[in-house]
Write a protein that binds this ligand. Structure first.
Ligand code: S3P
Length: 169
């Protein structure tokens, strides 16, 4: 098994929940990139977007991914936008195993409708605006996400299934 497992996918695809369980199944340390950035910056993601702007947040994502790649035995839940910036998809593919957790826009909308305030990109959107936003953004992001080594269906996905994929790879 490679030294780093990157879970990638849209907001709400289950990267953090599955990543935590997967890490304990395979005996790796779990890192949630958003939390890591929040702890380092001592600010929440919405505060970072508000006070510094998205570009600075993307730069911090870049720096942290590079820093994490000096460490081993990690399961990393990446932020939904990280693979789509600064060639980070190539970087992750070169430094570990990438797994894209795919969910269709409707399922993502159902999951995200209750967590709009924690996520600056979808804050204040109505349900139909959210569905439109997700449909459009997912379309532009899929060309990055689909460069992952493994693509798995996120509906009813269990961490044991991810562990099996990794053990057989
Ligand atoms: C973002 C996803 C969020 C977080 C930030 C931006 C994105 O992470 O990094 O709000 O651009 O899709 P999650 O995918 O963990 O929600």
């Amino acid at each position: 098994m490679k030294a780093r497992i990157f879970l990638i996918g849209f907001m709400g695809s289950g990267k953090s929940t599955l990543g935590l369980k997967l890490a304990s199944l395979i005996g790796y340390q779990f890192i949630d990139m958003d939390h890591f950035i929040e702890e380092t910056a001592e600010m929440s993601v919405p505060e970072i977007f508000n006070e510094h702007g998205e570009e600075v947040f993307r730069k911090w994502e870049y720096d942290i991914l590079h820093e994490l790649c000096n460490k081993e035995n990690l399961v990393i839940a990446t932020g939904g936008g990280a693979p789509c910036h600064s060639q980070l998809m190539d970087f992750m593919n070169a430094n570990g195993t990438t797994i894209y957790i795919y969910l269709p826009p409707e399922a993502l909308t159902d999951r995200l409708i209750h967590s709009r305030t924690e996520r600056p990109l979808i804050k204040g959107k109505s349900e139909s605006e959210l569905l439109d936003f997700i449909t459009t953004l997912l379309e532009t992001r899929e060309k990055f996400y689909r460069q992952a080594e493994f693509i798995v269906n996120g509906i009813n996905l269990r961490s044991a299934e991810l562990a099996k994929i990794l053990k057989e790879s």
